[in-house]
Design a protein around this ligand. Structure first.
Ligand code: GDP
Ligand code: MN
Length: 385
């Protein structure tokens, strides 16, 4: 789960990690007032669930409150497109106004889950800032990594090693050690899958400051933090994703034209691969999970049909826990309810498969059934012509 930069900074602050003074604004008048509070010269930062805002004009230094207000007017209601948002961008509904800081050096610092070692991994670089992806590509030796043993936790000597690798010395090095230890504590206690400070800066006045912050919470730990769902900004999510999560379905939007309904993440991956192999482009995939009911299948099907990019639907379900006749009933119910005339290919296998196929054949829908994954993929691609 994602949260905004300003929310991430509130959490950093609670763990004694210094952040710039700032205010969140919901209107351009509030941007102006916040800018006055910061003394006129300030940084205006669009809050979206994506990075790369700086280069897209979403982070700008302004010199007067009126200038801040003008920029606020321009940013609110705009969809900000960055390399991390996809072509449609994300709507700006909140703006963070912060005191401007004179930066002397910019570092990169993050803690993330390393899925290979199943451990938290600390990543740091003395060349932080908006070019970090480029640094990682061109000079990977400038990125320092350290995995943390969950039994011992992050030890001060390890944090010091990282601070020294960043080229820090003396008092500020010790400040950085404490900051890294605090960040690790936060990461663990808040069940984060990512905490990233980019840039972590040394100011001209000689202080360490987290200028940007990104936090992702581990979705599997949400039940331990009942306050997290209230932090969500729904304007940043795909409305279909929100509907899907209400029905406990996982929906992922993609760029093509074929809607995919599958059961199980592994089967979803295989389905996308085989579709591509046959020249099809998935518009999305919706995982109904194991043991779904007829109603759940119907909801899933309706969600897929609401995606305006969908020109055909490919259902690939391995019955076993799920019965194929239940799936067929769900599809027929949903497709009839929304008068769906789009081509549909259903590949199912497992219990009651013949009953399922007969139901579909007699449904009057524009539907074909398939016996194998490859056969199904070929059919839906052919039906779309
Ligand atoms: P991102 O592009 O989405 O990662 O947004 P950031 O919050 O990292 O802002 C982009 C860049 O703007 C930072 O890397 C800094 O170099 C710069 N920046 C942000 N705030 C300030 C500030 O107060 N003073 C100065 N001089 N630069 C800033
Ligand atoms: Mn940044």
């Amino acid at each position: 789960m994602n949260i905004h930069e300003y929310q991430a900074k509130e959490i950093l602050n609670a763990y004694d990690i210094p952040v710039p003074r700032g205010r969140v604004a919901l209107t351009s008048d509030q941007v102006e007032r916040a800018a006055k509070m910061m003394g006129g010269r300030c940084v205006v930062k669009a809050q979206i669930y994506a990075g790369g805002r700086g280069k897209a004009g979403g982070v700008q230094l302004v010199h007067h409150p009126e200038q801040a207000q003008e920029l606020g007017k321009e940013l609110f209601g705009r969809r900000l497109v960055t390399p991390q948002t996809g072509p449609e961008g994300l709507k700006v509904r909140r703006i963070l106004v912060e005191e401007a800081v004179e930066i002397s050096r910019e570092f990169y610092l993050s803690i993330t889950l390393d899925r290979n070692s199943s451990r938290y991994c600390l990543i740091a670089s003395a060349e932080g800032g908006v070019e970090i992806e480029e640094v990682a590509r061109r000079s990977p030796e400038k990125i320092h990594k350290l995995t943390v043993d969950p039994f011992t936790g992050l030890r001060p000597f390890q944090a010091r090693k990282i601070a020294l690798a960043l080229g820090l010395a003396g008092g500020i090095c010790e400040d950085c050690v404490q900051l890294i230890l605090n960040l690790y504590k936060l990461c663990q206690e808040k069940d984060c899958s990512l905490v990233e400070i980019n840039p972590l800066v040394v100011t001209k006045a000689g202080w360490l400051l987290a200028m940007d912050a990104k936090i992702n919470f581990d979705d599997n730990a949400l039940f331990r933090h009942l306050e997290y769902p209230d932090m969500l900004d729904y304007s940043q999510l795909d409305p279909l994703e929100i509907t899907a999560s209400k029905f406990d379905l996982s929906y992922i939007k993609l760029q093509g034209s074929i809607g995919c309904m599958v059961n199980g993440a592994g089967l979803a991956m295989a389905t996308l691969d085989v579709l591509k192999e046959f020249g099809g482009e998935p518009a999305n995939f919706l995982d109904v999970g194991g043991g779904a009911t007829r109603e759940k299948v119907a909801e899933a099907f309706k969600i897929i049909l609401q995606d305006p990019d969908v020109r055909g639907v490919f259902v690939n379900i391995f019955g076993g826990i799920m019965r194929c006749d239940v799936i067929a009933h769900g599809i027929i119910e949903a497709a009839s309810e929304v008068n769906c005339t789009l081509p549909i290919v259903v590949r199912m296998d497992g219990s009651q498969v013949e009953e399922g196929k007969q139901l579909l054949a007699g449904s009057g829908l524009n539907v074909q059934t398939a016996d194998s994954l490859g056969d199904g993929a070929a059919r839906i691609v052919a039906m779309l012509g």
